[in-house]
Design a protein around this ligand. Structure first.
Ligand code: SME
Length: 198
């Protein structure tokens, strides 16, 4: 059994047969007994937007609090938002790499990889460091259409200790999908997440 097979083997048996795992041969490749979180289960209320964002914030906190890796945290944040915010066709991050935006973890269709500050909605958020709420992307000068289905967009800059880390970008196929509550909710998510992806 090579390292990868051993990892797969242990990962498979631990959640369902923890006692078997404890009595199995210790591995020098993983902490023993290996500890994996249970399947994540989030109690996300769908009653109102305020409740939805309140619960999303709590879930994001739980997911990222103990994880120091920025890419892992961006990836889980994108997946969480994608799963629980309705009516999206893209959710993810662009990172500030040497003064330009570079595609980060996301959910949705493949997207343009590099965006200059000032270009498109993401570049506008990066340049101004202000949230961009675009009700109609077709009316936004310079909008970059990664997915032709996109009709509205919300981009929140991630600023940590004065440094622009990147942007959170959400796209929807519905015109005017995002409103002031989405802005407030997503800015709260970014405020929590910022230091954990910096
Ligand atoms: N529409 C964005 C580009 C990124 S994609 O939507 C994923 C923009 O205008 O900056």
């Amino acid at each position: 059994m090579n390292d990868f097979e051993r990892f797969k083997f242990v990962k498979q048996i631990v959640p369902t047969h923890p006692i078997d795992a404890r009595s199995a041969t210790p591995s020098r490749f993983l902490p023993f007994p290996p500890i994996y979180p249970p399947m994540y289960q989030f109690d996300i209320a769908a009653g109102s937007k305020a409740e939805l964002y309140r619960d999303l914030l709590a879930a994001l906190d739980a997911l990222t609090a103990d994880e120091p890796d920025p890419i892992a945290n961006m990836a889980n944040a994108a997946a969480l938002i994608w799963e629980y915010l309705p009516d999206l066709n893209w959710a993810g991050f662009y990172r500030n790499v040497d003064g330009g935006l570079v595609l980060g973890p996301f959910q949705g269709k493949v997207a343009c990889i590099r965006i200059a500050f000032g270009d498109g909605v993401c570049g506008a958020a990066a340049k101004t460091r202000e949230t961009q709420l675009v009700e109609d992307v077709l009316a936004f000068p310079g909008h970059i259409a990664c997915d032709v289905a996109s009709r509205s967009e919300l981009v929140v800059p991630v600023v940590v200790e004065g440094r622009l880390v990147g942007v959170l970008d959400l796209d929807s196929p519905s015109p005017a999908r995002f409103d002031a509550e989405d802005t407030k909710g997503c800015e709260a998510l970014v405020a929590l997440l910022g230091p954990r992806i910096a």
